[in-house]
Design a protein around this ligand. Structure first.
Ligand code: 6PG
Length: 503
C-alpha cells in the first residue's frame, strides 16, 4: 500500500510531526540521511501505536521515498533552514519528483529564500511553505502552522494541517488540551490558517520569533530586577511569576519560566538557573526581524533590543572585566513596606512592554505586507497564535479582538482596549523604569518600550532640529509646519537673515 505523506528530516521536530500525523490517521513514508533516525521513528511509532500495522514506513533513499507515496506526492520537510533545504530539493529533483508534487518546507527559512525557491522549482515541483511553531511538544500534540504559497497546494494540505494543529476552544479562546500519544482533538478552531503567497508565511513566522525574543527578554529582565533589586531567590521569583500567570500575563513563556526557576541542579543542589551560563544563543530569526523592521522603516525597538541583549550577554569576558572598572549607582534599596508596590509596578511595566512588542510586530507585518503586495489577515494571524506556538497567551485573544474590531488598525496601541490598558498602567510602568534605572539594573526591553510608547504618543518630536541639522551640513531641505506637505525649503546657514529658499 502507498503512503499518504512523505516526510524528510526526522530530528526531534520532524519525528514528532510524523507521530502527530500518524495519530491523525495518515500513513507516512519517512526518510532521513541518518538510517538510525529512520529506524528510531519507525520503532517509536510501533511502540506508541501498539499495533502490528505500521503507520510509519522507513525509507532509506529519496527514490524509495517517492516509490512509497500515493501520487501526486505530498512531501513534508523538517530540515534546518538554509543550505539543507536546497540540498533536499535538488535530491528530490534527481529522484524524479513530478511538477504536480508538493513539497512543504516547515523550517524557519528566511522568507526571501522561500520566494526564490518557489520560482526556481516552479516546473519541477510545487514548493509550499508552512512554518511550525511550538517546539517539540507542539509538533507532537498540536503546533501553530503558518502555511503560504500556491493556493492549489493549500487545498490539499488544509485538511491535514487542520487535523494536526493545536485547537482553540471557540467559547473561551483557550487552547484545548492534548497531551497523550494516540489522543486526537477534532473540534475547536484549528491554529492553521493560510497566510498568503510564497514567503508571506515565513515572514509572519519570523515576526512571531521576533516577538518571542522580546517576550522572553522582558521576562528575563523582570527576573533580573527581582533577583538583584529585591534580592529574591529563584523560587520566590517563581512564586511571583506564578501569580502573574493568573492575570493578563498568562502565557506559555511565563509558565515555563516558573518551571525553569524551580528546577534544582542535581549535581550542586543549587537552583539550576544559577549554574546556567549567562550567554544567550540565537539562530537568526530575531535578527532577521530587527533587520526587516529597519528595512521597511518600522520602529521595533523592543524587538531589536531583545536581539542586542542576547549579543551583549555573549560578551561575558568583557562584562566581567568591566565590572572592576565601571561604577554602578549608589545603593538604592526598596523599603520593606514598598516591596509589594514595587512588584506591582514591575508587573504593569512588563504588561505594557509586552503590548509594545506586539504592537511593533504587527505593525511590521502590516508595512511589509504593503511593500510586498500581500493581503494579511491580522485577526486570523493572532487567532492561530492563541495555541500551539511559543508566544501563545491569553493576551492573543485581546489582539484577535482588536483586529476583528478594525482589520486596518495601524498600531495595536491605538485600539480601544489597549489604549485603556496603557493609560491605566503607564504610571506604574514609569515608576518601575525609574527605580530600576536608579538601581543600575539593565532593563533595555522594558525601558526602550516606554520610550517607544512616549515617542508614538507625542504629536511633536525633536526631528525639527534634526531636519535643521541635516539642512545645515548637507542642504537636505526641510518642510514647514505652516506650508503644504511636500514643499521643500533650504536656508543659507552661513548668511543669517537671508530669506528661505523654496525649492
Ligand atoms: C517556535 C520557535 C522555534 C525555535 C526558534 C528559537 O516558534 O517554535 O521559535 O522556531 O525554537 O528558532 O530560536 P533561537 O534559537 O534563535 O532562540
Amino acid at each position: 500500500v502507498l503512503c499518504d505523506i512523505g516526510f524528510i528530516g526526522l530530528g526531534v521536530m520532524g519525528k514528532n510531526l510524523v507521530l502527530n500525523l500518524a495519530d491523525n490517521g495518515y500513513s507516512i513514508a519517512a526518510f532521513d540521511l541518518s538510517n538510525e533516525k529512520v529506524s528510531d521513528a519507525v520503532a517509536q511509532d510501533k511502540a506508541e501505536s501498539g499495533s502490528e500495522q505500521a503507520r510509519v514506513h522507513g525509507c532509506f533513499s529519496y527514490t524509495e521515498l517517492l516509490s512509497k507515496l500515493k501520487p501526486p506526492h505530498l512531501i513534508v520537510l523538517s530540515v534546518p533552514a538554509g543550505e539543507p533545504v536546497d540540498q533536499v530539493c535538488e535530491s528530490l529533483v534527481g529522484a524524479g519528483i513530478q511538477p504536480d508534487d508538493i513539497v512543504i518546507d516547515t523550517g524557519n527559512s528566511l522568507w526571501v529564500d522561500t520566494v526564490e525557491r518557489e520560482q526556481k522549482y516552479k516546473n519541477k515541483f510545487i514548493l509550499f511553505s508552512s512554518a511550525v511553531s511550538g517546539g517539540e511538544v507542539g509538533a507532537r500534540f498540536g503546533p501553530s502552522l503558518m502555511p503560504s504559497g500556491s493556493p492549489y497546494a493549500w487545498t490539499r494540505v488544509k485538511p491535514i494541517w487542520e487535523a494536526i494543529s493545536a485547537k482553540v476552544d471557540e467559547q473561551t479562546g483557550k487552547p484545548i488540551e492534548r497531551t497523550k500519544p494516540g489522543q486526537v482533538v477534532n473540534h475547536g478552531e484549528p491554529c492553521a490558517a493560510y497566510i498568503g503567497p510564497a514567503g508571506a508565511g515565513h515572514f509572519v513566522k519570523m515576526v512571531h520569533n521576533g516577538i518571542e525574543y522580546a517576550d522572553m527578554q522582558i521576562i528575563c529582565e523582570a527576573y533580573h530586577i527581582l533577583r538583584e533589586g529585591l534580592g529574591l531567590s529563584p523560587n520566590e521569583i517563581a512564586d511571583i511569576f506564578e501569580q502573574w500567570n493568573k492575570g493578563p500575563l498568562d502565557s506559555y513563556l511565563t509558565e515555563i519560566s516558573v518551571e525553569v526557576l524551580r528546577q534544582q541542579d542535581q549535581e550542586t543542589q543549587k537552583p539550576l538557573v544559577d549554574v546556567i551560563l549567562d550567554k544567550a544563543g540565537q539562530k537568526g530569526t530575531g535578527l532577521w526581524t530587527a533587520i526587516s523592521s529597519l528595512e521597511v522603516g518600522c520602529p521595533a525597538p523592543t524587538i531589536a533590543q531583545a536581539v542586542f541583549a542576547r549579543s551583549i550577554s555573549s560578551f561575558k569576558e568583557n562584562r566581567v572585566a568591566s565590572q572592576a572598572l565601571l561604577n554602578g549607582p549608589a545603593p538604592y534599596d526598596i523599603a520593606e513596606s514598598d516591596k509589594e508596590s514595587f512588584i506591582e509596578n514591575l508587573h504593569d511595566a512588563i504588561y505594557c512592554a509586552k503590548i509594545c512588542a506586539y504592537a511593533q510586530g504587527f505593525q511590521l507585518m502590516k508595512l511589509a505586507a504593503k511593500e510586498h503586495g500581500w493581503t494579511l489577515d491580522f485577526a486570523s494571524i493572532a487567532k492561530i497564535w492563541r495555541a500551539g506556538c511559543i508566544i501563545r497567551a491569553v493576551f492573543l485573544q485581546s489582539i484577535t479582538d482588536a483586529f476583528t474590531r478594525d482589520p486596518d488598525l495601524d498600531n495595536l496601541m491605538m485600539d480601544e482596549f489597549f489604549v485603556e490598558q496603557l493609560n491605566n498602567n503607564q504610571a506604574n510602568w514609569r515608576k518601575a523604569v525609574a527605580d530600576v534605572t536608579m538601581m543600575g539594573i539593565p532593563a533595555g526591553a522594558i525601558a526602550s518600550s516606554l520610550s517607544y510608547f512616549d515617542s508614538m504618543r507625542l504629536g511633536t518630536l525633536p526631528a525639527n532640529l534634526l531636519q535643521g541639522q541635516r539642512d545645515f551640513f548637507g542642504a537636505h531641505t526641510f518642510e514647514r509646519v505652516d506650508k503644504p506637505a511636500g514643499e521643500k525649503y533650504h536656508v543659507e546657514w552661513a548668511e543669517p537673515g537671508r530669506p528661505l529658499i523654496k525649492l
